[in-house]
Design a protein around this ligand. Structure first.
Ligand code: AMP
Length: 177
């Protein structure tokens, strides 16, 4: 089975969560399959083999799962991007719109040194607001967005149009219209 078909078969779809009209792609059911999780990480590593990565920045909380694993596999630092008020040291912040609401995310001020190549990872790309906000945080610290890696892309929401302003190196393992 292709990796796309295997991931699609593992994702659980929850209608009207967290708001009416949203078809939530629940990847906790992917986490139950260790072999599939290894396949996903291996696939990311393969597709990123030509990308220069000094650190991986991933978004709370579902981005942490594969983001951290990927950082370990590539032997690079992991940078958590979190919702407002969760990080303990000095932070920079960016406010943005979600597919279902608004949010502010933060990163530690000392997480990136000027010129570092940062791969941004999240589980899913929808409108692109979260990924754009993450890229803005990277830029605020003079980092370079070297790529984006998602498990799922909801193509119909057009997120890619927003984020390709930062880099055209965008990976998604699964696409939905
Ligand atoms: P966006 O900022 O619109 O690209 O939304 C992406 C963020 O919201 C990611 O962190 C996703 O985990 C979450 N998200 C948005 N829409 C969905 C969806 N339909 N199913 C699962 N997660 C979603």
């Amino acid at each position: 089975m292709t990796i796309e078909a295997q991931i699609k078969a593992a994702i659980r779809e929850i209608p009207d969560f967290p708001k009416p009209g949203i078809l939530f792609k629940d990847i906790t059911t992917v986490f139950q399959d260790a072999a599939l999780c290894n396949r996903i990480s291996d696939e990311f590593v393969l597709r990123l083999k030509d990308t220069k990565i000094d650190a991986i920045a991933a978004i709370e909380s579902r981005g942490f799962m594969f983001g951290f694993h990927l950082a370990l596999m590539l032997g690079v630092p992991f940078i958590p991007i979190r919702k407002l008020g969760k990080l303990p040291s000095k932070t920079i912040q960016f406010a943005y719109n979600l597919e279902y609401g608004t949010s502010t995310i933060e990163m530690h001020k000392d997480a990136i040194k000027s010129g570092m190549n940062i791969l941004i990872h999240d589980d899913l790309l929808a409108t692109g607001g979260t990924a754009t906000a993450s890229a803005e945080l990277v830029k605020m610290l003079n980092g370079k967005v070297t790529g984006f890696a998602f498990i799922v892309e909801l193509e119909g929401l057009g997120g890619i149009g927003k984020i390709k302003a930062y880099t055209e190196n965008i990976i998604s393992l699964v696409n939905y219209n």
